[in-house]
Design a protein around this ligand. Sequence first.
Ligand SMILES: *Cc1c(COP(=O)(O)O)cnc(C)c1O
Length: 439
Amino acid sequence: MTSATKTAIEKPLTFTADEAFARHLDSVDPLRASRDEFHIPKRSNGQPMIYFAGNSLGLQPKGTRRIVDQELDDWAKLAVDAHFEGKTPWYSYHEIFRQSGARLVGALPGAGADEVVMMNSLTVNLHLMMVTFYQPTKDRFKILIEEPCFPSDIYAVTSHVRTRGLDPRRAIIVAKPRKGEHTLRMDDLEELIEREGKSLALIMLSGVNFFTGQVMDIARMTAAGRRQGCVVGWDLAHAAGNVPTRLHDWNVDFAVWCSYKYLNSGPGAVAGCFVHQRHGQNSQLPRFAGWWGNDPETRFKMQLIPEFVPRHGADGWQISNPPILSMAPLKASLDLFDRAGMDALRKKSLLLTSYLRFLLGEQAAPGSWQIITPERPEEHGCQLSILINDHPRERFKALLSAGVVGDFREPNVIRIAPTPMYNTFHEAWTFANILGRQK
Ligand SMILES: *Cc1c(COP(=O)(O)O)cnc(C)c1O
């Protein structure tokens, strides 16, 4: 990324609400060409939808089909030999994501890169991480989560507590927003970590909250937890590809994320997992094992009772051989992230989302809605969560029929996520006008 493209777009001193200004922002957007890399779904009238649901399922990059086809061809033509002779040999397929995965989440780059592996799905990875990193003792047995917490994470955390013979009502602590507020205050969260620290075995929070879009201070909360001797893991489902992170420097113990939201790798795509190097080097850590986590040198040794020797790094938590057809789309996706660069994406994202917030403020009939996502740049990513006070469901339906795809969370929140990869400023402008015109 050259400095020219990095600095070409600066937050204008004042936004204006006219259409020409939206067009202007698009014309000076250094990332505007990346929209052409994606299939944009169309309405029945042939017009492109305004797709603001990239936080649920990212759009398909045009390059994906070719990459998947390549694997189908290798399977057809080479069959078992494609493990070593395919264009991208299947045997080591997961290794091609080490560098791009590290760049994506701020893991160790270069020759030392072994902190990231793409495998399984998010919740499965969360389970694998908790097998290793949730080690309750008599005094230190609790897990800290936040509210609202994604259902899958609650199920996973609760099941671990139960399988260790503990009572979830005692072992799970929930950090909640203050009464009348929608998002957590980092001061409150840090204070809670300090107060409960000695009883906490694990702090398991979301980097970006799925419901409110709030970005947590991952560095500060990780440091607070580690000062208390806790393991600190992060669910980055809504953070990966949305906000830059520096997981290695921030000393995060582990992190998991999915690849079908901001990472555009398709429904149920293969997920990501980060294990800090200080753990990746520790072959003594308890874990669930399978042949793909074993050192490749001895993976096939046919001893009567083979001894599991974990591969160093995050690779050592793999279980099965990688699902090539599901992993191929990651290649198309991560190439696009590498080409754009997280810094440039974040820069456009901040501009796009703050512009949308400005436009909604211009439109609002007082009291009809309220944005619950924090406004400070370091506390939000792409998403704005809009709490609708009157006729939430009807308003959402009307948006859909006007060609806007967002999503609706019971009882009254519409989540809108303009992504810097493929959304435009003009789409934000159009959306604000559609919502504003509603009665
Ligand atoms: C999307 C999401 C998940 C999804 O879990 P899968 O295992 O991929 O189905 C989990 N946690 C959070 C916070 C999410 O936003």
